[in-house]
Design a protein around this ligand. Sequence first.
Ligand code: HEM
Length: 121
Amino acid sequence: MTSLYERIGGAQAVDLAVENFYRKVLTDDRISHFFDGVDMDAQIAKQKGFLTMVFGGPHSYTGQNMRDGHKHLVARGLNDSHVDAVIELLGQTLAELGVADSDIAEIAAIANSVRDDVLDR
Ligand code: HEM
């Protein structure tokens, strides 16, 4: 069975998806303020490593776990509506890159599976 990582197109597809995704995030009034002052080159690199791993590609993620990585944002009001917005923008990004609806649904489920960690509950 091929991994989700292979099905969506491997490293090149993940790179493009993460870059396009953050372009949307940074222009979305619902969530862009959480990224004020964040080093986006470092953020994009971490997100590529993280998504590659959760999609079943090679393990290269060396960042924090989801709970510790977002605690300071929960303190600033991060809630379910923001997670919903992130999942929506990721889905839009993947659809624009031609990823199959069934694969997008699988990716949304992966994002949802870390929701409680991201929101520290
Ligand atoms: C839903 C699933 C999510 C996943 C899988 C995810 C993934 C990640 C990863 C891998 C990091 C790097 C952690 C590190 O520093 O080592 C990170 C950091 C970050 N995430 Fe998320 N995230 C999610 C949701 C969100 C949401 C909903 C927001 C805000 C709208 C958000 C905003 C941020 C910000 C601002 C950082 C950087 C924090 C900093 O460097 O100060 N994330 N995220």
